[in-house]
Design a protein around this ligand. Structure first.
Ligand code: PEP
Length: 254
């Protein structure tokens, strides 16, 4: 069985001291993190990547970044290139997070360009897709997700999805305390796999699809036990060592 992916997105939170303490406390649970049933990944802010990488020496936890620029290199003040993330030992990058799509108005096409840049340097994109509450209420969930995925398919082709992870994150469930129901998560992952079947059944079946949106230790089991959900992307609850480790433990039992 594939290990469950337990991914912690720390967003723009914490000080150097807080992030150091968090990482040390998480890493003190070596037996949990080292279980073959889970793959744990953390996503600090760019500026803490080096520190966190050093704290992760001798730990099975992997490192990822929260964003990347769509250009290879150049005069883009304040931006970070995919090759720089590789230099900092990142293996993953979150792309198309709802905060990027909605706060920073990233279009589906821009997200697709970023996916392309990540793949060019063998960074695994965690491609986030998900609908607004209004979309869900108007029955547009699948159309929104299809458009988000189609832009990436058009840019990189189906086969590139072998190197991607998809996270279904309903926008209305992120940081709100609301969650999708396990049935809603199951139905969306099935829809995503149906779309990817056009690139081959094996590709669609093997694709890792995560759920994200207010995952906490007490609801993690309900998502991690959904058929076709291969892990969770966690915001708020990943900032507390105990709750993050507790979710990892749920992953081991699921
Ligand atoms: C996220 O930021 O991807 C997320 C799922 O956040 P939260 O767990 O806080 O809802």
């Amino acid at each position: 069985m594939k290990p469950k992916i337990i991914a912690g997105n720390w967003k723009m939170q914490g000080s150097l001291q807080e992030i150091t303490n968090l990482m040390r406390e998480v890493c003190s649970n070596f037996d949990v993190l080292n279980s073959p049933s889970v793959q744990v990944i953390v996503f600090p802010s760019f500026v803490y990547l080096h520190t966190v990488h050093q704290l992760l020496q001798n730990s099975p936890v992997l490192l990822g970044a929260q964003n990347v620029n769509e250009h290879v290199a150049g005069a883009y003040t304040g931006e970070v290139a995919a090759s720089m993330l590789k230099d900092m030992r990142c293996q993953f990058v979150i792309l198309g997070h709802s905060e990027r799509r909605h706060v920073y108005k990233e279009s589906n096409e821009l997200v697709a360009e970023k996916v392309q840049r990540a793949l060019e340097v063998q960074l695994t994109p965690i491609l986030c897709v998900g609908e607004l509450l209004e979309d869900r209420e108007k029955g547009r969930t699948e159309a929104v997700i299809q458009a988000q995925l189609q832009a990436v398919i058009d840019a990189v082709g189906y086969q590139a999805f072998q190197q991607c992870i998809i996270a279904y994150e309903p926008v209305w469930a992120i940081g709100t305390g609301l969650t999708a129901t396990p049935e809603q998560a199951e139905s969306v992952q099935a829809f995503i796999r149906k779309l990817l079947k056009q690139g081959g059944t094996e590709l669609a079946n093997k694709m890792s699809i995560l759920y994200g949106g207010s995952v906490k230790p007490d609801n993690a089991a309900s998502f991690l036990s959904v058929p076709g959900i291969d892990g969770v992307l966690i915001g708020g609850a990943s900032l507390k060592a105990q709750s993050f480790v507790d979710i990892c433990k749920v992953g081991i039992q699921s």
